[in-house]
Ligand binder design. Structure first.
Ligand code: C2E
Ligand code: CA
Ligand code: CA
Ligand code: CA
Length: 279
């Protein structure tokens, strides 16, 4: 009570209070719209190319969720995915998203890879893993061409169960990518315990790395670590030629970012792949 009284005496603090309330009601609005949504129709998937740094051919695409709500308009996944996670309903989004991504990828005329993002909730029970396996099998898409992207925070919740789920998917042939590599707090011992096939270096380290010695050193050591572990590494968020040149000099192998292409609609992605896959 004292804390509140104090806050109300100051203009800025009152603003903070109402900001906070605004934030809560906004989140509640999104949550209820998601719960009522016709997810099969309102959700769609776009595809961002992942590029070989040397020949600049397309290796595959990362599927990224898009939501257009009739009431709220277009909402970014950076906004609605965390809300769906907190509300415990992200699994109901994963199903239509993975189905759509696999259906689109099945039409690609060259054997490109598909990356798909998973949340902790997709991996914290054997039921949800069975759902994922069922969707992959029904799609007919070769699981050895599928990379499932998981962040370090997904392992923070229930390391044992999530590791077990990931192992099951790995045995099925799926690749396992550690997303946003470098932003979490995993110990190396922990990373070694996971059946990882790939790292994805977060774009926060890539921005102006040629001008920022601390970013440069981080990317350099993450690349060295992935090479030591014998894993591929995708560098995200490459926006400029200068960043690309620095990454080539550091021995990077694959890149993703606006310099090459933004996330593309399904038909644009198919066209991009036909022109830039060397096939
Ligand atoms: P992420 O997995 O790290 O995806 C990369 C994000 O960076 C995407 O944002 C992409 O559009 C953006 N990006 C790519 N290249 C550039 C660049 O050169 N510059 C900048 N500034 N940004 C770039 P997006 O599509 O808004 O997705 C945001 C996040 O939402 C994703 O981050 C991922 O964590 C989550 N997400 C997206 N789709 C799904 C999904 O289907 N399932 C789950 N669980 N999460 C998803
Ligand atoms: Ca990702
Ligand atoms: Ca990422
Ligand atoms: Ca991210």
């Amino acid at each position: 009570a004292l804390y509140h009284a104090k806050k109300r005496q100051r203009g800025g603090a009152v603003l903070f209070d109402s900001d906070h309330e605004y934030q809560i009601s906004f989140e509640a609005k999104i949550e209820s719209a998601l719960k009522q949504a016709d997810l099969k129709n309102e959700l769609s998937v776009v595809f961002q190319p992942i590029i070989d740094i040397h020949d600049q051919w397309t290796i595959g695409f990362e599927a990224l969720a898009r939501w257009e709500s009739p009431q709220l308009g277009k909402i970014s996944p950076a906004c609605f995915i965390p809300i769906a996670e907190r509300a415990g309903i992200v699994g109901s989004l994963t199903k239509p998203l993975l189905e759509k991504a696999l259906a689109a990828a099945s039409h690609w005329r060259t054997p490109l890879r598909l990356s798909f993002n998973l949340s902790a909730h997709d991996l914290n029970s054997s039921d949800s893993v069975l759902m994922l396996i069922g969707i992959i099998q029904r799609s007919g898409f070769d699981p050895t061409r599928l990379d499932l992207e998981i962040t370090e925070t997904a392992f923070a919740h229930d390391f044992e169960q999530v590791t077990q789920s990931v192992e099951t998917l790995r045995r099925m042939g799926c690749g396992i990518s550690l997303d946003d590599f470098g932003t979490g707090y995993s110990s190396l011992t922990r990373l070694h315990a996971l059946p990882l096939t790939k790292f994805k270096i977060d774009r926060s380290f890539v921005k102006d790395l040629h001008l920022r010695p601390s970013s440069y050193k981080i990317v350099k050591s993450l690349l060295a670590l992935s090479a030591d572990m014998g894993l591929d590494c995708v560098i995200e968020g490459v926006e400029t030629e200068e960043e690309l040149a620095a990454l080539i000099a550091l021995g990077g192998t694959s890149v993703q970012g606006y310099l090459f292409a933004p996330p593309l609609l399904e038909h644009e992605a198919a066209k991009f792949a036909a022109e830039a896959s060397g096939a």
